[in-house]
Design a binder for this molecule. Structure first.
Ligand SMILES: C[S@@+](CC[C@H](N)C(=O)[O-])C[C@H]1O[C@@H](n2cnc3c(N)ncnc32)[C@H](O)[C@@H]1O
Length: 269
C-alpha cells in the first residue's frame, strides 16, 4: 500500500477507501509506520497476551466468537479435509474452530511468542488439535500451494507491509483453496464513520487502562485502523495479488469486515 502523509491535520486520500477525514496526531507508542513497526507490535502483544482472550470477550460483548466462527465456516465451506493455515493466530481461536470443523491439519502461525504460549496452553488443555509455529506473515516458511484454506483474523491490520502479506497468503494457497480475512472494518458514510471512530477512541483507552494499566494498548486499535484500507481496500489488494472470486461481507453495519478470495482450481484454469 502506498504510504501516505500521517502529519497531524493531513487529509487521507480516497485510496484509503473510507470517507475523507482529518487524521489525528500519531502519538501511540506501539504504532509507527517505519522499520520499528513490527518490534512495536510484538512488544504490545507480548504485554497484553495474558489477558487477551478476556479483553476480547469484554470489548466485543462476546461477538468476536460469532464473527470468528463465521469466518472459519466461510473458509472451509465445501472443502474436503482441508489443510488450514491460521495466520497471526494469537491465542488460537481460529485454529481450534478449524480443527473442530473437519480440517485435516491446522497450523497456527504468529510472530509473538507470549501469544503462542497462550495458544499452546489452550491446546494442551484440549481445546483442539493444531501445530503452532513462530513465523512472520511477511516471510512465510511454507512452500507454494501448501494450504487449502487460510484464515487471518484481526491480524492483517497489524502487519508492516500489507501487499506483501496478501501476496504471501496467495502464494501458499493451493489451487481450489480459499483465504478469509476478518478485521475491523470502516462503515460507509461520513456520519457512521465519525460516530464509530468516536466510540473506539473513547472506549478503547478505557479498556486498555482497566485491563493493562496502559490506555495505549487498546487505543492502538482505532489508531491502526486509520491507515488500514479495511474491507474495500483489502478487496483491491486481494485482486492485485491474484486472488479470484474476491468479495467481502460486512458485519455490524460495516464495523467489521470479512474478505474472501479464492485460488482457481486446476480444472478451472
Ligand atoms: C489482534 S491479534 C489477533 C489474534 C487472533 N487471530 C484473534 O483473532 O484473536 C494480532 C496477532 O497478529 C500477530 N502479528 C502481527 N503482525 C504479525 C506478523 N507480521 N507476522 C505474524 N504475526 C503477526 C500478533 O503477534 C498478534 O498475535
Amino acid at each position: 500500500m502506498p504510504e501516505v502523509s500521517r502529519k497531524p491535520g493531513a487529509v487521507l486520500p480516497p485510496a484509503d477507501c473510507s470517507p475523507t477525514h482529518i487524521v489525528p496526531p500519531l502519538t501511540n507508542k506501539y504504532l509507527s509506520y517505519d522499520e520499528e513497526r513490527a518490534p512495536k507490535v510484538r512488544a504490545m502483544f507480548s504485554r497484553l497476551a495474558w489477558r487477551y482472550d478476556l479483553v476480547n470477550d469484554v470489548m466485543s460483548f462476546g461477538l468476536h466468537r460469532l464473527w470468528k466462527r463465521q469466518a472459519v465456516e466461510i473458509a472451509l465451506a465445501g472443502l474436503d479435509r482441508p489443510r488450514v493455515l491460521d495466520l497471526c493466530c494469537g491465542s488460537g481461536d481460529l485454529c481450534f474452530l478449524a480443527s473442530g470443523m473437519g480440517a485435516a491439519s491446522v497450523i497456527g502461525a504468529d510472530f509473538t511468542l507470549p501469544m503462542l504460549a497462550v495458544a499452546r496452553r489452550r491446546k494442551l488443555s484440549g481445546e483442539g488439535r493444531c501445530s503452532l509455529t513462530q513465523a512472520d506473515a511477511l516471510r512465510l516458511p511454507f512452500a507454494d500451494g501448501s494450504f487449502d484454506a487460510i484464515t487471518i483474523s484481526y491480524g492483517l491490520r497489524n502487519v508492516a507491509d500489507l501487499p506483501r502479506a496478501v501476496s504471501e497468503m496467495r502464494r501458499v494457497l493451493a489451487p481450489g483453496g480459499r483465504c478469509v480475512v476478518l478485521d475491523f472494518g470502516k462503515p460507509e458514510g461520513t456520519v457512521p464513520g465519525f460516530l464509530y471512530r468516536g466510540f473506539l477512541r473513547t472506549m478503547m483507552p478505557a479498556v486498555g487502562w482497566l485491563f493493562h494499566g496502559d490506555p495505549e494498548t487498546y487505543l492502538y486499535i482505532p489508531e491502526s485502523l486509520e491507515r488500514f484500507p479495511a474491507q474495500r481496500g483489502v478487496e483491491r489488494l486481494m485482486r492485485e495479488a491474484g486472488f479470484e472470486r474476491v468479495r467481502h461481507e460486512d458485519r455490524l453495519l460495516g464495523t467489521m469486515g470479512i474478505n474472501v478470495g479464492e485460488a482457481l482450481g486446476r480444472t478451472a484454469i
